[in-house]
Design a protein around this ligand. Sequence first.
Ligand SMILES: Cc1cc2nc3c(=O)[nH]c(=O)nc-3n(C[C@H](O)[C@H](O)[C@H](O)COP(=O)(O)OP(=O)(O)OC[C@H]3O[C@@H](n4cnc5c(N)ncnc54)[C@H](O)[C@@H]3O)c2cc1C
Length: 469
Amino acid sequence: MQKSACLGYRVPNVSHQRGEYLMSKIVVVGANHAGTAAINTILDNYKGNEVVAFDANSNISFLGCGMALWIGNQISGPDGLFYQTKEQFEAKGATIHMETPVERIDFDAKVVYATGKDGTPYAEPYDKLVLATGSLPIIPRFEGGDLENIQQVKLFQNAAEVVDKLKDPAIKTVAVVGAGYIGVELAEAFQRCGRHTLLVDMAPTCMANNFDPEFSAMMAKNLEDNGIEAHYGEGVDHFEGVDGKVTKLVTDKGSYDVDMVCVCIGFRPNNELVKDSGMELFRNGAILVDRHQQTSIPDVYAVGDCATIFNNGLDGEPGYIALASNAVRSGIVAGHNVCGTALETPGVQGSSGICIFDLKMVSTGLTEAAAGRAGIAVKTTTVTDCQKAPFIEHDNPDTTIKIVYDAKTRAILGAQLASTYDMSGNINMFSLAVEKKVTIDELALLDIFFLPHFNAPYNYMTVAALQAD
Ligand SMILES: Cc1cc2nc3c(=O)[nH]c(=O)nc-3n(C[C@H](O)[C@H](O)[C@H](O)COP(=O)(O)OP(=O)(O)OC[C@H]3O[C@@H](n4cnc5c(N)ncnc54)[C@H](O)[C@@H]3O)c2cc1C
């Protein structure tokens, strides 16, 4: 049996809708997670199309989520961080041009222009175009920002560079700027490889976008308990260096000696190819798509981090949630639509998880803070209880759950869980609950199994729902 399902992407219940399936020439720009999902969907479900893909990079399908595990020596190397190759695509009939950035697209003539590493020019006509150009790290122009050992973290090459530099014992102190989930993961990684690690963020705590303050506080304590020196509420002002290498990080509150800095303050959609095309863009520059992943320009689709996504936490409004999980699903949807199968995305809840020094935290949908920012009146219910039946004496840590629900309709809008026990699978049920607008009262009487090895008879999900106002 195949271990990971990167092939096929069949969607059984849509096959009957394949009415107007036409052979066409489909060009894909960007072949990482979203592009790969689109290409595989086309090749595996619809024979006879001509598929041509361009990618600026030299590798396909790098799982950035494994970067911190590699840097922190929790895996033996990067080989397992890829799940697709150019050769696998070619065996299925696609033409793949690696290290061939697309420079321009003529949307009227329907031609993509690119240049290969060896200077070969390409002018590739298309019937349908899938844009999967992803995202780029946000790098503010700090004074001293171009000093050596100030690292970006996005590509395989970035991670390889960091791993290589860490072989130098002179790199003793590493600062991570940005305490979102990627920054927190990298802080753990540097601490695990014996570096004194600073974590700096303007926000008053870590992971404020994914969790409410009481959950962020649990992670902040966990980081502190494991020796990470956090500086929340501090904005980077500039960097200083000696002999071209960074030696100091200066914030609005202090100055810190450092040997390496990783800047992880977020990502912006890569819209370079379309920003002047008249294509409709979201407020952050992401390509605005409909539920078929179609852009405002006919026959052009956009998927993954370069595009918007429908956010069910905010009643299905278009939003921007850059995750590999979303990239893959949007690629599947586009792959079917470019081949004539009308498949709509159900939208997403932004479900995500993190595991740092054994503390696991997962979330989906809206936090109470995010609901407040969106002006949505919500109520919440929170429970902390032992994970398993109370008589289980070992491996029975506490789990905390918080459910956010609409004050008026009582529909569940989001949930967060934290524990050292792996309760992460629970969040997927809440993801479905948000998508399907399940109410907190329906959850109270939901048939949740009980087995002492796993949970308690009055488990925390039921109790949280039963005690909801
Ligand atoms: C450190 C790290 C950890 C992460 N952890 C997680 C996680 O645990 N879970 C999760 O769900 N997500 C995670 N993510 C986010 C996830 O990696 C992204 O959401 C995902 O990579 C988006 O995939 P994509 O294919 O849309 O875009 P990208 O991965 O950005 O790929 C875009 C591709 O387009 C190519 N391209 C761009 N412009 C051109 C051009 N002009 N011509 C040709 N090619 C072009 C690029 O070379 C690239 O290969 C993490 C990200 C990072 C950086």
